[in-house]
Design a binder for this molecule. Sequence first.
Ligand SMILES: *Cc1c(COP(=O)(O)O)cnc(C)c1O
Length: 479
Amino acid sequence: MADRGDGRRAPAAGAALQLLPSVDRVMNEPASGALVARYGRAATLEAVRSVLADLRAALRGGHAVAPSDAGAVLRLAGTRLAAEMRPSQRRVFNLTGTVLHTNLGRALLPREAIEAALSVMGDAANLEYDLDTGSRGERDAHVRGWLTRLTGAESATVVNNNAAAVHLVLNTLAPGREVLVSRGELVEIGGAFRVPDIMARAGARLVEVGTTNRTHPRDYSDRIGAETALVMKVHTSNYAIQGFTASVDEHDLAAIAHKRDIPFVVDLGSGTLVDLARWGLPHEPMPQQALLAGADLVTFSGDKLLGGPQCGIVVGRADLVARLDKNPMKRALRLDKIRLAALEAVLRLYADPDRLAEKLPTLRLLTRPAAAIQALGESILPRLCAALGGRADVELAPCRSQIGSGALPVDLLPSHALVLKPRAGGARVPGDAVERLAAAFRRLPVPVIGRIGDGALHFDLRCLEDVDGFLGQLDALAD
Ligand SMILES: *Cc1c(COP(=O)(O)O)cnc(C)c1O
């Protein structure tokens, strides 16, 4: 825009530059007190300086700026501070239809776990201290008893996540040696967890057996040799191989491995400690079943179907778990007091399966009846329409929710979604209007995250529990 040739813009910019208030003038504005009280003097000063610097740069570049008296500069600084100081990680409404959404933080903790975590967060705790004897204790002891009780395992250990659990098992039991895995089980979970990569990083040598769709007992037994350290089964949690398929079940694999005195390990991924069929959900394999079938160790996540904090759990033979605990990697992967407290509280809920579906949010959301979700949709539809003020047509439509996080990949739960279709006009490309609508919902005080498909924005209501919070902020959509 600057026309340096005609010599008229530059003096005007120069005059405007002269008129910019000093930092002191801006800080002397009466309204600055509120910003200092809220954000502190240093941050307020820095924001004022950076606003003034931006205005100066804009004027020098020949750009027009809005009136920039001291009051206006202070208001700009206030807006900048509010944006800077807003927490980066915030609560959102997960209306994507995926209950255990990895990008949205997976399992929601039950009230009991939140309280347990809170009670140790700001205070000292007996994390590694035995209150009976007054001597040093062990951090995993807070959850080991529950894990062995609930799974029937001899022992258990916990680490940062299930990827860490698998890594620890391989790095402890198979460094420099061979691990047999079926070609049909070389899974990738969400990009960062790939069985061959974890294997290499843990220092173990992957030996692929069988083919992608069919693996037979002899594929394993023919390949076991002096270099074999482990036989491993990976639960194909996020996909299903259908058609002409064969795989070897845990029972037979355990027998093959044990005949040669080799431990058999199962990476279950999504471990549930109760049979989901009890609530009409599809059956998902449980660690206790893998152990009964003969697995020596089973690994699974704490924040998938278990419904707890992010962690990885290993249950199984006491001698093998003791070796895991002695690996220096265990120290690098261990849990902190906050997550241990939350995990312990979640495991305690499993002692009362009758009330689990009511208390554990993951199970409560997974078992929410489609009719209840439909009724919820009908009750909020008019409010949503009113808030949208003609920007979009809204209808309630049946849909299918996913469990997510690799659990039960092909089973979809009947649900209902509010489907928002932007009205014609406005956007040049129809897709843009949906994107803009989705962005408006993401800008709400508690961002609402849906799913875009078929030119519409879909809000699956399965995970909407805070209805008042959702409705109460819709007025802000108009802004
Ligand atoms: C999810 C999953 C993992 C990774 O677990 P994280 O807790 O995300 O680290 C590993 N293996 C299987 C089979 C899984 O399903």
